[in-house]
Design a protein around this ligand. Structure first.
Ligand code: TK8
Length: 335
């Protein structure tokens, strides 16, 4: 009886107390810039992240997503974060190597062999180490989301062996490692921001581009391409970056909610990619594109030919970083 009385009093005090609900949270609008479109799995991830934020903040933390590069390209948006004029961006790590050279490690060709091993590296100590470097550059990486394994599309010819890359005008991200990987295969590689790719393909300023199937689907590149080759030449992560100058003005509870909910969103996004990959490939085939697989022998040839890129960029990325990730992958693969 005494206990019950005590509990009732405590509840009554809590209700009548002057501390309002979710007092640790302020009403905030968080702009999230995206180069990809809203039907990309990042859209599902952001919805899940918002639901999580609603629960934790009583609806006070609101994400407003912008799609199709409406707030500028990856690099431009990232610089806006660093100077504290925009809250967030979902970007590939690749265009950011000019700011943080160590991130180039993720651009090395044929580094990851499966999404699972990428998750282990990114969500573990190695990923944390990269997050510290991002932090030092004014960027809080809330979580590693997924862009995924990249495949080559083009308007010219079936590409089934490395000699077929010869002279192909391939758009690459603004990144030296991708540039070298494709030059080394004989292609004529051109760095270009993502937002310019569709029209450059349409006007035939370039012949080819490389991105995961879900991007070739949702950014409609299949409309202006004829051939695809499942090259799986790189797995690039998405970073869910937050402006450090803005993050620093948030309460610890707001910061924790953002970090926790970005992980909830990440898991949904990765799951949807796994499901959509196959559907996107079907859609691309139905649109009339010829899809080619590389023979096992050709995969080995292309991979071996690409290994020079590791040595060439090792120093710039940081030898400890390259050796570190290779050692970690070795451990993961031995298990
Ligand atoms: C979207 C880009 C894109 C990337 C690229 O903003 O540039 O090709 O793969 O997904 O980050």
């Amino acid at each position: 009886m005494k206990k019950l009385l005590f509990a009732t009093t405590a509840i009554a005090m809590a209700i009548s107390g002057s501390v309002p609900a979710f007092a640790e949270f302020n009403s905030r609008t968080i702009r999230v810039s995206n180069g990809i479109n809203s039907d990309h799995p990042v859209g599902n991830g952001i919805k899940a992240m918002q639901q999580c934020l609603d629960e934790k903040s009583g609806g006070k933390l609101k994400l407003t997503a912008f799609w199709g590069g409406a707030l500028g390209g990856d690099l431009q948006a990232t610089q806006a974060l660093r100077s504290g004029v925009q809250e967030a961006v979902v970007t590939s790590s690749s265009p950011l190597v000019g700011i943080i050279p160590a991130l180039g490690v993720f651009d090395l060709p044929f580094l990851f062999a499966s999404p699972d091993e990428a998750y282990k590296v990114l969500d573990g100590k190695f990923g944390d180490n990269m997050n510290e470097k991002l932090d030092a550059a004014g960027l809080i990486n809330l979580a590693y989301w997924e862009n995924g394994f990249r495949n080559l599309s083009n308007s010219q010819r079936p590409v089934t062996k490395w000699e077929d890359f010869s002279g192909l005008k391939v758009r690459v991200m603004q990144n030296n490692i991708f540039l070298d990987t494709f030059q080394n295969l004989g292609a004529n590689a051109t760095p270009m921001a993502f937002g310019e790719v569709y029209s450059a393909l349409e006007t035939k300023a370039i012949d080819a581009q490389e991105n995961p199937y879900v991007t070739i689907d949702t950014s409609k590149f299949f409309e202006v391409q004829k051939y695809i080759t499942e090259t799986n030449h790189a797995y690039t992560p998405f970073l869910f970056l937050f402006s450090k100058p803005i993050f620093n003005t948030y309460t610890p509870e707001e910061q924790a909610a953002l970090r926790e909910c970005a992980i909830v969103g990440r898991d949904v996004e990765r799951q949807v990619i796994a499901e959509l990959n196959k559907k996107s490939l079907e859609k691309i085939k139905e649109a009339g594109l010829e899809v080619n697989q590389l023979s096992a022998e050709e995969q080995v040839r292309i991979r071996e030919k690409s290994m020079v890129v590791y040595e060439k960029h090792k120093e710039q990325i940081g030898a400890d970083i390259v050796d570190g990730i290779l050692a970690e992958l070795k451990t993961i693969r031995a298990k």
